[in-house]
Design a protein around this ligand. Structure first.
Ligand code: AMP
Ligand code: MG
Length: 408
C-alpha cells in the first residue's frame, strides 16, 4: 500500500470523492485473489469470484401460469372440447390430441400442440364433462415461454457481485449447490485510547466505555469479513509496537482514535518505524482526520475516534475499500434525492453527513449532530448529504443515503 493522498496544498482539505478514489485504487492494488467453492447455504454476504453462467434454459419448457385448460387455438370454434388429459406440476404431458383440451395446473408443462392456456375462471364444465370458454382466447396467453428467465450460456451474475438471498435464489434455480467465492478479508480492529475500558467493567475516573470496537466488529462481520478483535490499545509506544507485531496475518488493520491534532500519535510513530503513514485531512464532517498507510506491508486505515466520525468514515470510505479488496464492483451506496424539512443557513467547508430521517417525504435531522453522539445514528434512517459551500431552505433537495445501504 502506497499512500499517495496528501492534500494538494498545506491546509487544503481532500474532497470525499478524491479520498474514495484513492482508497479504491489502493484496494485494487492489493486484491484478495484466493477463492474457493462454498456450499450455497454459506454464501450469503460473500463475493462471487467467477461469473455465474447458465447451463439451463429457465424455465426448461413452456409452462402454465394459471390453473385452467390448455388448448390449440385453432380447435376452439365455440363447440365444447373433451378433456383428454390432466397435467399437474411435476408431470410430463402427452401431446395434445387434436380437437381436445387438457386440464392443466400452474407450473405444469404445456403439452406439445397447445398454444394457449385459459384460466379456469373463464371455463364452464358442461354436464357431459366437456369444456367451453366464456371469453375470447389469445395465442400464447398464460404460457410462460421456455427460457423466459435465462437461456443456456447466459451470464446471470458477474464476478464481483455480493451474494444475498436473491442471488442465491438465482443460483439455486440454475441447479448450483456451490459457488466460487472470494476469500473473506481478515480485518484487525484496534481501539486506541487510554480512556477506554470495555463494557461490563466499572467505570473509573476519566474513563469511557469502548463503543467503536463493538460498532466495527459487528459491522465488519455483516460485511463478510473475518474479524480479528485486537482490543484496546493504550496510548503507549511500547505497547503499540508489541500489539502491532502480534496481529499475525491480516489483510487490513483498522484502528480508531489517536488521530486528533495535538494528540500523542503512538500508532503513527510505530507505523512510521516499520511502515508508512499519511494523514489525510478530509472535507468530511464528522470525521476530518483519516490515516492511511501500512505496517510491514499490511494496509492500515485509521479512523477518527469520535463514534459518529468512526461511523461515517467507515460507511463511506473504509467499507467501500474493504469490499473492493474482494473485487466487489458495486461499492458505493445508493443515494436518492429528497427535499429537506429543515433550514441550513451556514455553508460549511466540509461535506456534512447529517444523521437524518424521512418524515412525510422530507429529510429531517437529529437535534444533536455532534461527532460524539452515536444516538444520532441510532435514531436516523440514513445520512443527509450536505455538499460543502451550500445553504439549504425547506424544500431544497439533498442526497439521502439510507443506512440500510451501508449496514451490510
Ligand atoms: P481521539 O481521536 O483518540 O482523540 O478520539 C476522539 C474522541 O473519540 C475522544 O473523545 C475519545 O474519547 C473518543 N473515542 C475514541 N475511541 C473511542 C472508542 N473506541 N469508543 C468510544 N469513544 C472513543
Ligand atoms: Mg485517543
Amino acid at each position: 500500500m502506497n499512500p499517495v493522498g496528501k492534500p494538494g496544498k498545506t491546509g487544503a482539505l481532500m474532497p470525499v470523492e478524491a479520498a474514495l478514489r484513492q482508497l479504491l485504487a489502493l484496494a485494487e492494488a492489493a486484491p484478495i485473489r484466493e477463492q474457493h467453492a462454498v456450499p450455497l447455504a454459506e454464501c450469503d454476504g460473500r463475493v462471487l469470484a467467477q461469473d455465474l453462467v447458465s447451463t439451463l434454459d429457465l424455465p426448461p419448457w413452456p409452462n402454465s401460469a394459471m390453473d385452467g385448460y390448455a388448448v390449440r387455438l385453432a380447435d376452439w370454434a365455440g363447440e365444447p372440447l373433451v378433456v383428454s388429459q390432466c397435467i399437474f406440476a411435476g408431470q410430463a404431458p402427452q401431446s395434445l390430441a387434436a380437437g381436445t383440451c387438457a386440464r392443466i395446473f400452474t407450473g405444469a408443462p404445456v403439452p406439445e400442440g397447445a398454444d394457449c392456456v385459459e384460466m379456469q375462471e373463464n371455463a364452464v364444465v358442461n354436464a357431459d364433462k366437456r369444456v367451453s370458454f366464456t371469453e375470447p382466447l389469445h395465442l400464447n396467453q398464460n404460457i410462460r415461454p421456455q427460457g423466459q428467465e435465462t437461456t443456456v450460456g447466459e451470464h446471470v451474475l458477474s464476478a464481483g457481485t455480493r451474494l444475498g438471498p436473491i442471488e442465491l435464489g438465482l443460483a439455486a434455480s440454475l441447479g448450483r449447490d456451490r459457488l466460487d467465492v472470494v476469500r473473506r478479508v481478515r480485518v484487525a480492529v484496534l481501539s486506541t485510547g487510554d480512556e477506554l475500558i470495555e463494557p461490563g467493567l466499572p467505570l473509573g475516573p476519566g474513563q469511557i466505555y469502548n463503543s467503536n470496537r463493538r460498532v466495527l466488529c459487528s459491522w465488519l462481520a455483516r460485511t463478510g469479513c473475518e474479524v480479528v478483535d485486537a482490543g484496546i490499545l493504550p496510548d503507549d509506544l511500547e505497547q503499540t509496537r508489541e500489539r502491532l507485531a502480534s496481529l499475525g496475518s491480516v489483510d487490513l488493520i483498522l484502528s480508531t482514535g489517536g488521530v486528533s491534532v495535538g494528540e500523542a500519535d503512538f500508532l503513527g510513530i510505530a507505523l512510521r518505524e516499520e511502515g508508512e503513514l499519511a494523514l489525510w485531512k478530509l472535507a468530511i464532517k464528522p470525521g476530518k482526520p483519516l490515516t492511511v498507510g501500512h505496517f510491514r506491508g499490511v494496509p492500515v486505515i485509521g479512523l477518527p475516534g469520535n463514534p459518529a466520525s468512526t461511523l461515517v468514515t467507515f460507511a463511506l470510505l473504509a467499507r467501500p475499500y474493504i469490499l473492493r479488496r474482494q473485487g466487489v464492483t458495486d461499492v458505493e451506496p445508493l443515494r436518492f434525492e429528497v427535499p429537506v424539512g429543515f433550514e441550513w443557513p451556514k455553508p460549511g467547508n466540509r461535506r456534512e453527513y447529517l444523521r437524518g430521517r424521512i418524515e412525510q417525504g422530507r429529510a429531517i435531522i437529529y437535534r444533536n449532530q455532534s461527532s460524539g453522539v452515536l444516538r444520532s445514528a441510532a435514531w436516523a434512517e440514513g445520512f443527509v448529504e450536505v455538499v460543502e459551500g451550500t445553504t439549504l431552505s425547506v424544500g431544497d433537495r439533498v442526497n439521502f443515503i439510507p443506512l440500510s445501504e451501508v449496514l451490510n
